[in-house]
Design a protein around this ligand. Structure first.
Ligand SMILES: Nc1ncnc2c1ncn2[C@@H]1O[C@H](COP(=O)(O)OP(=O)(O)OP(=O)(O)O)[C@@H](O)[C@H]1O
Ligand SMILES: [Mg+2]
Length: 432
């Protein structure tokens, strides 16, 4: 394509030839008019094209503008290429930006971006939920005006972001524990990540409680045992006294053994998350075993009623079922005063579910304790339960065994009116 200078020289040349020819034909003045007309032609052409460019630029449609012919064609063509290139770059940057936003939204952490003066530049939906904010409303607000917890404000002011900060009692229901930490980025900006650690905190508290409970339960029999041993070391006891001491030491050792065995049972049950196998268990045999054990434990002090119906097979793990049923019967005997009665019954309800229930005429349990009975080490009356040798692990074990058999543990009890503990098994685990 000829250069602008060549084109311009060519027009000057044409204007000169035309002016010269006009002068020869018509004289000086017409030749000037002809020369001016020739020179104003490119000006008019440029003006028309500029007006078209303006029109398309106003509607942001330069890339759709029809191309003129001649010199302006190349100018417009290059302009259109530039605009198209810029627009497609903006589009791909927008797509990338949206993908980043989507990724931040999908994060299991709350995220907020703060500028150098802690104004909220952006936050994800989880962060909004954790702190009850609304991004559209709160954008560019100072975060310490919106989150008013003193420890948070102190954390922000101290600028010591190497350690995370734990905030309890957060979230819409004030029941969340949140761990947050700020990380610097860009020019004095900060990215703050917030993790929901409620479950971890609960597990930690449970672990601490558990260790405290086990130590406490072990300490009592160990102290008693040591006391007896010291006594036996320092005082000369006669045979009868010695035997009495040995018996008491035996009972404390038995107590520790029971505790360790129960703890091991619980640990095994907790480690085993699979459902119990579907091996048939004969309910009649089970009931006979339970009755024998119950009579031995009661030493003839209680009245028993044991009753079962067909279909008489339960599909599950026999050892576990025997332990769960045994725990319920044991409790009924241990917490029911002598001369009371204990009824253990196996039946099938209208929905075909199998129900093993133990009804006693004991003291009953008041409503506030019922939801907590299956917690490890929970006892209604610690001293009474300890007298009967209980550690508060029995019902926790029953609950685990029930879960492994997809069974429900239902507890109905009223103070002074006795208790009914029922294990309800799904009909898939019942067989003829
Ligand atoms: N049939 C019942 N009547 C009244 N209270 C009961 C009965 N069964 C359980 N409880 C109460 O529930 C508490 C928890 O029972 P659980 O069987 O878990 O523990 P425990 O009997 O004290 O000890 P463990 O069973 O480990 O020897 C008992 O301490 C007792 O207070
Ligand atoms: Mg018990």
């Amino acid at each position: 394509m000829p250069s602008a200078l060549t084109r311009f020289s060519f027009i000057i040349f044409l204007a000169f030839i035309a002016a010269y020819a006009s002068q020869l034909m018509w004289g000086a003045i017409p030749s000037i008019v002809v020369a001016i007309s020739f020179l104003s032609f490119p000006l008019a052409y440029s003006y028309v094209n500029l007006a078209r460019l303006r029109k398309y630029a106003i509607t942001d449609a330069v890339e759709n503008m029809p191309l003129p012919s001649g010199y302006w064609e190349e100018v417009f063509f290059r302009l259109q290429r530039l605009v198209q290139g810029l627009k497609s770059r903006i589009h791909s940057i927008e797509l990338q930006h949206n993908r980043f936003i989507e990724a931040f939204q999908a994060s299991p952490n709350g995220i907020v971006m703060l500028d150098e003066e802690d104004h909220i530049e952006w936050c994800n939906a989880l962060f909004e939920r954790f702190f009850g904010l609304n991004f559209k409303r709160d954008v560019m607000q100072r975060i310490n005006f919106l989150i008013r917890r003193p420890e948070f404000i102190l954390y922000l002011n101290n600028r010591q972001f190497d350690e995370p900060l734990l905030l309890d009692g957060m979230g819409p229901n004030s029941n969340l524990s949140l761990l947050l930490q700020a990380f610097p980025f860009g020019h004095k900006h900060h990215l703050m990540l917030v993790q929901d650690v409620t479950d971890l905190q609960k597990a930690d508290a449970m672990r601490r409680d558990f260790v405290a409970n086990v130590s406490h339960e072990m300490r009592t029999p160990i102290t008693v045992l040591m006391g007896f041993l010291e006594t036996m070391q320092s005082i000369n006891l006669d045979k009868a006294q010695q035997e009495q001491y040995f018996e008491m030491m035996m009972s404390q050792s038995q107590r520790m053994k029971n505790l360790v065995e129960d703890l091991l049972t619980l640990a095994n049950l907790e480690a085993n998350t699979l459902p119990a196998p579907l091996a048939p268990i004969k309910i009649a045999t089970l009931m006979a075993l339970l009755k024998n054990d119950a009579e031995a434990l009661s030493r003839g002090q209680h009245q028993f009623y044991f009753d079962s119906v067909v279909p008489s097979n339960l599909m599950g793990e026999e050892r576990e079922i025997l332990s769960a049923f045994g725990n319920l019967v044991n409790n009924a005997i241990r917490y029911t005063p002598d001369t009371g009665s204990v009824t253990a019954k196996w039946s099938i309800n209208a929905l075909g579910q199998g129900e093993f229930s133990v009804v006693d005429t004991g003291p009953g349990i008041s409503a506030e304790h019922l939801p907590r009975l299956t917690e490890r080490f929970y006892r209604v009356d610690r001293s009474r339960s300890r007298d009967t040798g209980g550690t508060g692990l029995g019902l926790a074990i029953v609950k685990h065994i029930a879960n492994r058999h997809q069974a429900q543990l239902i507890i109905e009890s009223f103070p002074g009116k006795g208790s009914t503990f029922t294990l309800r098994f799904p009909k898939e685990r019942i067989a003829e």
